[in-house]
Design a protein around this ligand. Structure first.
Ligand SMILES: NC(=O)c1ccc[n+]([C@@H]2O[C@H](COP(=O)([O-])OP(=O)(O)OC[C@H]3O[C@@H](n4cnc5c(N)ncnc54)[C@H](O)[C@@H]3O)[C@@H](O)[C@H]2O)c1
Length: 253
């Protein structure tokens, strides 16, 4: 097992990629502190992990809240005695052209996609530094590099997250590795919400699939496998890197 007895915090774990990462990490022997908003979905995930012999605790809350992030780190230490890694995965779209976007939506999008990583990591990094080892994985997006209509807050916040990841890799080496994942279209509720910004949402999803060289949307498990690789010792010489996982979309001119 690649993550035997290691403790990870995963945000946005109640759905989509976060859920797939939680199941994959638990399967590989990790102990998990899980964050999300839906109590019901969180409880279902904890029982699914338990049925497979894994250990996890779920704490519903808002990643925009610094105290909530503090609680996640405290609970990891309390329940499992240590913290080996963090996956900052929670995210939101905050759709709307810049000129119609209200300040609250802009702030909430940056709050969820960037500030939340700041709040969680300022608590988690010192705990991992104490153990002189740790892994941070940031779930960004190809939107950090590529434009999508009516996604100004999303594109700008994901670019900020990628930059933050590279910077943290510098300050926290050599003991802590920090890497970003940039998925293309992955079949989750967020992707379907994102399609609403296009004139013909169904067509947009079809086009997203066609735009991949591999002719399919990503599945949450595709991303979970990359997260597992980055979290494991297999990636022990990888830090400050940005991994595109998009079925080949970014390879197109
Ligand atoms: N689906 C895609 O095509 C795609 C592509 C690139 C990047 N991403 C990124 O992947 C990550 C996971 O998204 P997903 O596609 O699995 O979507 P999803 O909608 O299935 O999951 C999003 C998760 O984030 C959580 N979340 C959102 N705001 C929160 C808040 N304020 N407090 C606590 N939790 C909050 C939700 O509860 C949910 O668990 C996001 O950061 C998203 O931006 C998604």
């Amino acid at each position: 097992m690649k993550l035997h007895n290691q403790t990870f915090i995963i945000t946005g774990a109640s759905s989509g990629m976060g859920k797939a990462i939680a199941l994959e990490f638990a399967h590989q022997g990790a102990h998990l502190v899980l964050s999300g908003r839906s109590e019901e979905k969180g409880n279902e995930l904890v029982s699914a992990i338990q049925k497979r012999g894994g250990h996890s605790f779920y704490f519903p809350g808002n990643v925009n809240d610094p105290d909530y992030n503090k609680l996640l780190v405290m609970e990891a230490e309390k329940k499992f005695g240590k913290l080996d890694g963090v996956v900052c995965n929670a995210g939101m779209l905050g759709l709307g052209k810049l000129t119609v976007l209200d300040k609250e939506t802009w702030r909430e999008t940056f709050g969820t996609n960037v500030d939340a990583a700041f709040f969680l990591l300022r608590q988690a990094l010192p705990v991992m530094e104490k153990n002189t080892r740790g892994v941070v994985i940031l779930n960004a997006s190809i939107a950090a590099f590529k434009s999508f209509p009516e996604h100004p807050a999303y594109c700008a916040s994901k670019a900020a997250l990628v930059a933050l990841g590279k910077q943290l890799a510098l300050d926290y080496a050599p003991h802590i590795r920090v890497n970003s994942i940039c998925p293309g279209p992955v079949d989750t509720p967020l992707l379907h919400d994102s399609a609403v910004a296009f004139p013909e949402p169904d067509k947009a999803l079809e086009n997203a699939e066609k735009a991949t060289l591999l002719k399919r949307l990503g599945q949450p498990q595709d991303v979970a496998k990359l997260a597992l690789f980055l979290a494991s010792e297999d990636a022990s010489w990888i830090t400050g890197s940005v991994f595109t996982i998009d079925g080949g979309i970014m390879a197109r001119s």
